[in-house]
Design a protein around this ligand. Structure first.
Ligand SMILES: [Zn+2]
Length: 498
């Protein structure tokens, strides 16, 4: 009876857990603790680090903390004896841009905002053609070639899209005004917030996108030498065709300029050499930079990025710790492991792009990239769910990796793997939105671990107090067992034949 029962139980468990747990792996997986995760995250996501914006002192404090952690563990500093791979960025900032109309000069970020990357080399004066709401019909009968165009928008209309249309018609400059004063102010504030901190790139931008000016109704009136009321009425009356074309052209003088600075930042690397397959490298990544402080507003202005991606960063620190411990105990991995926290993710995956173009270990010996970006929270879709994680990209380049990832999870962690975002055509485009993408582009199999989009995403409220540490621990363990299996198995994971 007893025997029968246990045989039955074994069969049942067998269908859940296909493989026996490796007790050595289990021993080290158990060393990933909520205490350690919390201790490190409390530092990485503290206000003192000011939101870890790329190139700022807060980011550098985080880098120093991570490097010290790797050194303490005895990991190799693989960039000519340093843990830092320095990445130089070009930072494009708004220069002196303005609009002159009537007798007034309107300065950038006061009543206007210039969004573009063109240096006008001094003042340019152009006639201004009124193009109504900027719809295709509005352009009928208008000649805008080589001129400036004024578009009057309302509500949710996208200035960028309308500017593109105007440019296709041959306009040399585009002015976009919202007719409603309150909406105009909020539009201007949005552009100001977005543009004033500048943008980073790895190569100096050679694009000369003439862009557009967002302007207030007041400036639009000066440019057209008429009232907004009259312009709005013209649009309304245009059912009677041709009234837009009858609006007398205005005139504008403008100057646009850019300032370019260089900014240095760092990828932080710690390397654990493998044993009999040490030339092959497993790369485990998380980005440690975040979006910094809000430039204006009330109350808490620091975007702590506890989940994004403090949670991934401290997971990498924990994995480094337990793999290093295993090696000290004579149980180190057969393949080497590169633990790399990358910079510039929030600026466009720039740190990982730099690494993939300037790899410290040859890419053809780089087996897999496991990328952890946001793993400490749950999204509204999983409010009451059992422990889960979104798994993205595992099957895209290697069906073997996908199988391994599934089996390892079933054996050790039993998280619910949610594949919603695994669809390459999912509108969120998550397969291309974190650092693994730069490895995938090089045909290196990847897995991206993610907890979903929640209400505190990219907000000061993304704080340590909101992290579920037991969930974070389970996910970090899941990545650990996957890495353990990839690093120790006989056969290297390879991309599928194309
Ligand atoms: Zn992130």
């Amino acid at each position: 009876m007893k025997l029968k029962f246990s045989a039955f139980a074994w069969l049942f468990l067998g269908s859940v857990s296909l493989f026996a747990q490796d007790q050595v792996a289990k021993k080290y997986g158990d060393l990933i603790t909520t205490t350690d995760l919390k201790e490190n995250l409390t530092i990485i996501a503290s206000d003192a680090l000011e939101g870890r914006e790329t190139g700022t002192r807060g980011q550098k404090m985080a880098a120093a903390f991570i490097a010290a952690h790797f050194q303490e563990l005895g990991l190799a500093a693989p960039v000519n004896g340093s843990n830092y791979q320095t990445v130089e960025f070009f930072k494009s900032l708004p220069g002196e841009s303005y609009i002159k109309a009537g007798n007034n000069t309107y300065k950038n970020f006061e009543t206007i905002a210039y969004s573009g990357s063109m240096d006008s080399n001094g003042e340019v004066t152009l006639p201004v053609v009124f193009a109504g709401k900027g719809s295709a019909e509005d352009y009928a009968g208008l000649s805008v070639e080589g001129k400036a165009v004024l578009i009057l928008i309302s509500g949710e209309a996208s200035p960028r899209r309308l500017a593109t249309v105007a440019r296709e018609k041959g306009a040399k400059m585009v002015l976009v005004a919202n007719a409603d004063a309150a909406e105009a102010k909020s539009l201007l504030d949005q552009y100001k917030m977005f543009l004033s901190s500048g943008s980073l790139s790895l190569k100096q931008s050679t694009s000369t996108n003439a862009g557009m000016f967002i302007i207030t109704p007041e400036v639009a009136e000066k440019v057209m030498n008429t009232t907004i009321d009259k312009l709005t009425k013209t649009i309304a009356a245009d059912a009677k065709k041709g009234s837009i074309a009858k609006v007398k052209p205005g005139s504008v003088t403008y100057k646009t300029a850019l300032k370019v600075e260089t900014v240095k930042s760092e990828n932080v690397l710690g390397f654990l050499e493998g044993s009999d397959k040490k030339d092959e490298v497993v790369v485990i990544t998380a980005h440690y930079d975040h979006i910094g402080k809000r430039k204006s507003g009330e109350g808490d202005l620091i975007n702590n990025g506890a989940d994004d991606d403090g949670s991934g960063t401290v997971s990498v620190l924990q994995l480094a710790k337990v793999f290093a411990q295993a090696k000290k105990d004579g149980k180190g991995p057969r393949r080497s492991i590169l633990f790399m926290t990358v910079t510039g993710e929030e600026k466009g995956l720039l740190g990982s792009e730099y690494y993939s173009e300037n790899p410290v270990y040859p890419l053809d010996k780089t087996v897999v990239n496991l990328n952890i970006d946001m793993v400490g929270r749950r999204d509204p879709e999983h409010k009451d769910s059992a422990p889960y994680v979104y798994v993205i990209g595992a099957d895209k380049l290697s069906s073997e990796l996908h199988r391994l990832s599934e089996e390892t999870n079933k054996t050790y962690t039993n998280l619910i793997f949610d594949y919603t975002y695994n669809d390459e055509n999912h509108p969120t485009n998550l397969y291309r939105r974190s650092d693994h993408w730069n490895f995938a582009k090089k045909n290196i199999p990847i897995i991206f671990y993610f907890d979903g989009i929640h209400e505190d995403y990219h907000k000061p409220s993304d704080e340590v107090s909101k992290i579920e540490f037991d969930l974070l621990q389970k996910r970090a363990q899941c990545v650990f067992y996957t890495a353990w299996e990839i690093a120790n198995r006989d056969q290297r994971i390879v991309p599928d034949a194309k």
